[in-house]
Every structure is written in C-alpha cells, then in structure tokens.
Design a protein around this ligand. Structure first.
Ligand code: PLP
Length: 375
C-alpha cells in the first residue's frame, strides 16, 4: 500500500506513539483532580501545551485544547460573534474566502442565518486572494476576517501577515486556519486566532487547539466544568494532549528536514507523471507536499478504483465522500468536468521517493489506458 493522502491525515510518528503509551496503559487519572496522579497528568498537559505553542511560534497569547480543528474554528467564529454582540460594537461582518475549509464556510453560513453579514471573497485562477479586493471590503462593520494559510485541497498559500495587517488597520480581528501549515512551514505572524490539529502533524486524531492572542479570546463555546481557564469545558485527555505535544516538538525539530524531503519528492513526482498533467493552483505560492493535478478527459474516481493499493484522493477527503464537486476547484474557475478529472497526491515525512515514483508511473499508465479505452 502506498499512502499518498497526507492532507487527509498523517501516520502517527513512532516517537509520538511511544510518548502516548504510558497514558493509555497506566496513567488514567483525571488531570483536573487534585490527587498526586491528577497533578502529574495536569503537569504533563502543560508541557504539551507549551510544545504546541512553541510550534505555532506566535507571541502574546495562549492556547486551549479542543476536540478537533473543526471545533476550534467553530468556537473562534461563533464565540467572536457572541462576544462582539455583547459590546454593541456595530461590527457584524465576517469576510472569508471561497476556498476555505467547510469548518469555516459552513459555520459562517450558519452564522449568516443568525444575522451575521457574510462576505465570501473569490480567488484568482491560481487560488490566491487579490489584496485589493480585500481592501475594498474592509470597513468599520467588519468584525473578523478568516483566511487559511495553506489550502488543504490545492496546497496554495495566502499572504496571511499582509491580510492580518490590513484587518487590524480596519479595527477587526483575524482568524487563521493553520491546520495544513503547522509543522510544514512557519506560521505567519499577525493573526489573533489560530486553529490547528494534531492528526495533520503525525499526532493522534481527536485533538485540536485554538491559539488566542491576549484579549481576543472568544466567548466560551462548550459550557461545563470550566476547564481551560473557563474557556472550553470538558475533561482533557492527557493521552491526546501529550501525543499532540510530542508531535509538535518533533515537527519543530524536523521542520527543515521534512521540508527539504517534500521539495525533493515534489520534483520527482512531477517528473515521473510526465506530460499532459496540469497543476491546479499556484506552483510558486504553495506547500509542495500537495500535488493537485488534472488531466484532460481523466475520470479521477476511476483512477482511484484502478489503483486500489495507492491511497490518494479527489480534491479533499470531505469533497470525495460527499460526491459534490470540490468547491475549491470550482472557485479556481474549473468546470465540473475539469474538477472531476483532478486528483490530489499528498506526501510527507514517511513517503519514499521510490514508492512515490512507482505510484506516479502507474497513475500515468492507468491514465493512458483510460484515454485508449475512451478514444
Ligand atoms: N482545516 C483544514 C485546512 C483541514 O485540512 C482540516 C482537516 O481536514 C480541518 C480544518 C479540520 O480539522 P479536524 O480534522 O481536526 O477537524
């Protein structure tokens, strides 16, 4: 089996699994209980928190663990709106992009049904935001601008620091979905709220986090036992938090090595696929561990069925599951047929050049076979 779906999820690093094991097998105490065992778990969670904060690398804020990045994004959006409503600031607008993850877009659309004035900006054919377009939209009514650093479907990056600067000049807050950026590149300076997830950085599924600049903390989203400084109730899982911390520390230590490895893999994959493939989105402004490509006339779903022992995806895992054409590819201006002929190859730390090149050769051969049958 060749795994080329690193944007959907990453394998758990052996070092992470090792760090987690005692917290699965032996250390079961509630980290919020005052016993010695509870205090030990609480202290281990604080070390993990520090490691995730260090991997994010922003100053002047704190981090709360959540059950996923989806929860962190829901919290950031809904909690910011709720907090603003209490201050009568008159700021009721949210600006986001057409290529954001469903965790942002669907939450924004839900908020729009509750009175939020939503603006979803288009992107260019390269997947990038035109900053002049944003400048024209920023006014005194804007509360929050939500833009992701690295797109999960096409790998395209956005100029987050510039967006944050413009947003702050308009007196608004900026939320950055950094799920696909953490551990893969430096997180851009500037945002007030940053959402991340452990399972995209070789950690466990079921834990994410929201980093919050001091003063920008959203109103609580989950109510109960007032854990996480009263901001996010619910008993924390030492197992998952420690796994996230170990993954964050490892990603920090290996960032340059992982980055160089991915650059090499990208070149090898593009070369092995040969001619006839078009890269979706900007080639320059991109994380190169994401190769989203299309080919005239290709049936992407059929290609996945033809190569059962290679795990790759059509656009994004969510879009693949729903059968809906990818909203990201449509936002680039691709028609339904072009979106259907697109596939996403995602590779990372544990991908070898040989397995990737072999898989690309087989994909190219299967695509040629389709063309012959369809001719
Ligand atoms: N944002 C982006 C860019 C993602 O790729 C994902 C995961 O697919 C999410 C948010 C949601 O993360 P989680 O799986 O932790 O809910």
């Amino acid at each position: 089996m060749t795994y080329l779906d690193y944007q959907a999820s990453t394998p758990v690093a052996p070092e992470v699994a090792k760090a987690m094991l005692p917290w699965l097998e032996e250390k079961f105490a509630n980290p919020h209980s005052p016993s010695r065992w509870g205090s030990e778990a609480a202290a281990a969670i604080e070390v993990a928190r520090k490691r995730v904060e260090e991997a994010i690398g922003l100053k002047g804020g704190t981090l709360a663990f959540t059950g996923s990045a989806t929860e962190a994004l829901n919290w950031a959006l809904k909690g910011t709106v709720e907090k603003a409503a209490k201050t009568n600031s008159g700021r009721t607008r949210i600006i986001t992009l057409a290529t954001e993850h469903a965790a942002v877009l669907d939450t924004c659309e839900w908020l729009a049904t509750k009175g939020v004035d939503l603006t979803v900006l288009p992107v260019g054919p390269d997947g990038r935001l035109d900053l002049d377009l944003l400048a024209r939209e920023l006014d005194k009514r804007v509360l929050l601008v939500a833009v992701m650093q690295v797109n999960n479907e096409i790998g395209v990056t956005q100029p987050i620091s510039e967006i944050a600067k413009m947003t702050h000049e308009a007196g608004a807050l900026m939320l950055c979905d950094a799920v696909q950026a953490l551990g893969r590149m430096e997180i851009c300076k500037g945002p007030d709220l940053v959402a991340v997830s452990a399972h995209k950085i070789y950690g466990p599924k079921g834990i994410g986090a929201l980093w919050m600049r001091k003063g920008a903390e959203p109103a609580p989203f989950i109510h109960g036992g007032a854990q996480e400084r009263g901001l996010r109730s619910g008993t924390l899982s030492p197992l998952l938090a420690i796994g996230f911390g170990a993954a964050a520390r490892l990603s920090d230590e290996r960032q340059t090595r992982d980055y160089d490895h991915v650059q090499k893999l990208w070149k090898a994959a593009v070369h092995a696929l040969g001619p006839g493939w078009i890269i979706n989105g900007s080639v320059r402004h991109r994380y190169h561990g994401n190769l989203n490509i299309r080919r005239e006339g290709l049936d992407g779903a059929r290609l996945i069925a033809d190569l059962r022992d290679v795990a790759f995806s059509l656009g994004s895992a969510c879009a693949s599951g729903s059968g809906r054409p990818s909203h990201v590819l449509r936002a680039l201006g691709l028609d339904y047929r072009q979106a259907r002929s697109s596939i996403r190859l995602g590779f990372g730390r544990y991908t070898t050049q040989k397995e990737l090149v072999d898989a690309c050769h087989r994909m190219a051969a299967a695509a040629h076979e389709q063309e012959k049958l369809d001719a």
